[in-house]
Design a protein around this ligand. Structure first.
Ligand code: PLP
Length: 480
């Protein structure tokens, strides 16, 4: 008997899905459907209310595709949301059909071995020693939680059992531009979000090394314990890379754990030309990478690595029905103690297939293409008198704003916010909107996150022209 998702059952269904995707792709007009959210909410509600039947797969696939944001459209450039490689999506389908689970050898023999081998390769790529270990995660948020959990448990041995000792005042130091999941992790770990001390950044959102030294010294002076330094290797907005060697030196000096959040710029490791930007990343005690950003994988493709496998001890679990000691002694390995999850799909498979097909250099060429595109976009912004570039791009994002000569400086925030919503509402372009750290007006910025290596310079020009046109319409609606 065939399994329910076996090839004979899958092939006709897959055909339906691919036919629906192709039909929608042909008559899609842009990166996102025009219209307000309530229209789409209504369509979805109606589609789900239809009577059950075999046509639902094609019908709902057309709905999903027709009303999706399409990261493969050059004008879809707001977030670290990549168009997935076809080969990675196909590999992921094999995983869905076979459904191995990484929590025990007897649910995933080949996938267990494959994840271990892939992680060794990725650890070496990041310059971690042979003692490294790791696991695939749902993404940077989970990886940051894991890194900070291991930091807590190294600073307070037994904290995973007893909680924090009485009077403990642990602190995590992260830049003002670090990812919000750092605060959330502190909350989940029982340290409280206020345990995260914010280290000032420069104009490009890069952590100021001197400010890190000062904040560490101040933390100790107050009788608090700096348990971890989080260095961001690629802020979500500007891609700025914190001073990694400085952070490593200071973490070592204060006995703090160094977690490097390279969820974004970790992609530079794939490129010979750009990897030097990450010099020092191999000094991390733990490291987050995300291949569903620069890596072109369908989510999830998070990677968590630790420098020394033995620091994983607080996470080790013996579940007698999953990884009994006698099985492990008999040579049956288990990944259970490496993850916060139990049932876990082999996300490593699509990464391994992608690497086997393209090689590191093939992926590196995609990173290089997006980097070139970002540099082109920055030059185009700088050359346009009514656009203002915030800072030169580090990797693949460009932060800027519309700044018409006539506009009242006090109105620039609202103007930029409105023009972006106008592009969204008309379905012309999906452009990012962010705010620079700090207080007061003048901090709203637009952002292009260029993750499509097939986008052409002319496509970037078209998005910038759409930004200007929407900005002029927004201007007129206020002055008119
Ligand atoms: C995207 C991002 C994260 C969060 O990663 P997820 O995969 O979305 O959980 C964390 N840190 C940085 C710097 C990021 O850009």
């Amino acid at each position: 008997m065939r399994p329910p998702a076996g090839p004979a059952a899958l092939r006709p269904l897959l055909d339906e899905v691919l036919t629906a995707l192709a039909a929608v792709a042909e008559d899609r007009g842009g990166p996102i459907p025009a219209g307000r959210p309530d229209v789409i909410t209504g369509l979805v509600r109606d589609a789900l209310a239809a009577p059950p039947g075999p046509d639902a797969l094609a019908r709902l696939t057309r709905l999903l595709a027709g009303y999706a944001a399409d990261p493969a459209d050059p004008a879809c450039a707001a977030h670290l949301h990549c168009p997935p490689l076809a080969v990675a999506a196909a590999a992921d389908l094999a995983v869905s059909a076979l459904n191995p689970s990484q929590d025990s050898w007897d649910q995933a023999p080949a996938a267990t071995a494959l994840e271990t081998a892939l992680l060794a390769e990725l650890a070496a790529l990041a310059g971690l020693p042979a003692t490294a270990a790791g696991v695939l995660t749902s993404g940077g948020s989970e990886s940051n939680l894991m890194g900070l959990m291991l930091a807590r448990d190294r600073a307070f041995p037994g904290a995973e059992l007893h909680g924090l000792p009485a009077g403990a005042r642990p602190r995590i130091l992260a830049s003002a531009a670090a990812h919000f999941s750092v605060q959330r992790a502190a909350a989940v770990l029982g340290l409280g979000e206020l345990a995260v001390r914010s280290v000032p950044v420069d104009r490009t959102l890069r952590m100021d090394g001197r400010a890190l030294a000062d904040t560490l010294a101040d933390t100790v002076r107050r009788g608090e314990t700096p348990i971890a330094v989080v260095a961001t290797a690629g802020t979500t907005d500007t891609g700025a890379i914190d001073p990694l060697h400085r952070a490593a030196d200071l973490a070592a000096q204060y006995g703090a754990w160094l977690h490097v959040d390279a969820a974004y710029d970790g992609g530079a490791l794939l490129s010979d030309r750009l990897a030097p930007l990450l010099d020092g990343i191999g000094r991390a005690d733990s490291l987050a990478l995300d291949w569903h950003k620069l890596g072109w994988q369908p989510a999830a493709a998070g990677i968590f690595l630790v420098r020394r496998a033995d620091t994983y001890a607080p996470l080790a679990r013996r579940a007698v029905y999953l990884n009994p000691a006698d099985d492990e002694e008999a040579g049956y390995p288990s990944l259970l103690g490496l993850s916060l999850r139990t049932t876990r799909r082999p996300d490593a498979f699509k990464l391994a297939v992608t690497l086997a097909v393209l090689g590191r250099s093939g992926l590196g060429a995609l990173v290089d293409a997006c980097h070139r595109l970002a540099r082109y976009a920055a030059e185009a912004v700088a050359a346009e008198p009514e656009l203002e570039l915030h800072c030169p791009p580090v990797l693949t994002t460009v932060v800027f704003r519309h700044r018409p000569r006539s506009a009242d400086p006090a109105r620039l925030d609202r103007l930029n916010a409105e023009l972006r919503r106008e592009l969204l509402r008309t379905g012309r372009a999906v452009v990012g909107r962010t705010e620079l750290p700090g207080d007061g007006p003048g901090r709203v910025r637009l952002k292009l996150t260029l993750l499509n290596p097939h986008t052409a310079p002319a496509d970037v020009d078209a998005v910038l022209a759409a930004v200007l046109a929407a900005g002029r319409r927004a201007e007129e609606s206020h002055s008119g």
